[in-house]
Write a protein that binds this ligand. Structure first.
Ligand SMILES: Nc1ncnc2c1ncn2[C@@H]1O[C@H](COP(=O)(O)OP(=O)(O)OP(=O)(O)O)[C@@H](O)[C@H]1O
Ligand SMILES: [Mg+2]
Length: 229
């Protein structure tokens, strides 16, 4: 479904992704872990076409999307739940969902509010008035109503209360059940291990480790070395 092959991505002269290779098969939840500043968000931006790589290729559903403009990549079915949520404070919950709704896929307005019931009672609230957890559900809902085949979630649990983390987890579980593929970028190891099928670890712009969640849970050395745990 998604194949990232040896990509090299820069911000100006700053060389950030130094040869990243990663595979995701349909229906899989792939967790991408790593400390602050190793390049996780840059990988998300590369996949979405926001900061395209200078070298290497990204193939999605057998199409080379490496140099495709971001809006085309979104239309092809890759959705982003950005780090820090990035909702529009002056739009209501309903307006967020209305402006991104696309296609006749599974995720319509009703399904999204079934998935995140908190949003339903907040439909007319301005996003700026929501709690951090509610904003995260909104960021996820906004991505879902475009009916992506692959959802890239960039640190969705960041700053959330435990109850909201659980709700988000239930959301991911439901997405898994209907076969939506997810690239889950995370700092919370326990959360990532609960939902991932495969784990990739990044360090200094490279993938340095690939394993199953069970393998990582049992691997104190790798956790200490790359995740500081
Ligand atoms: N817009 C930018 N311009 C220049 N450098 C950037 C930019 N965004 C990120 N960087 C640098 O690129 C490197 C990777 O950043 P990135 O945001 O991808 O890391 P990350 O793994 O997502 O970190 P975090 O866990 O803190 O979100 C860092 O050294 C960062 O300072
Ligand atoms: Mg990041």
């Amino acid at each position: 479904m998604l194949s990232v092959r040896d990509i090299h991505t820069y911000y100006g002269d700053s060389y950030v992704l130094q040869g990243v290779t990663l595979e995701l098969v349909p229906g899989q939840v792939v967790a991408l872990l790593g400390r602050n500043g190793v390049g996780k968000t840059t990988l998300a931006r590369s996949i979405l076409g926001l900061t395209p790589p200078k070298r290497g290729t990204i193939v999605f559903k057998d199409v080379d999307i490496t140099r495709m403009p971001a809006h085309k990549i979104a239309q092809m079915g890759i959705g982003l739940v950005p780090q820090g949520r990035q909702v529009f404070g002056s739009l209501t919950v309903k307006e967020h969902l209305q402006v991104t709704a696309r296609g006749r896929g599974r995720w319509n307005f009703d399904r999204v509010t079934e998935l995140f019931p908190n949003l339903r009672s907040r439909m007319r609230s301005l996003a700026g008035k929501l709690s951090g957890g509610e904003q995260q559900m909104l960021a996820a809902g906004r991505a879902l109503v475009a009916n992506p085949a692959l959802l890239v979630m960039d640190e969705p649990t960041e700053g959330l209360a435990p109850m909201m983390v659980r709700e988000l987890g239930r959301g991911i579980e439901s997405l898994k059940q209907v076969g939506t593929s997810i690239l889950l970028i995370e700092q919370q190891l326990a959360f990532a291990l609960r939902y991932a099928d495969v784990v990739f670890i990044m360090s200094k712009g490279r993938i340095v480790h690939r394993c199953t969640p069970a393998e990582l849970a049992a691997d104190a050395q790798t956790k200490a070395r790359y995740l500081g745990i």
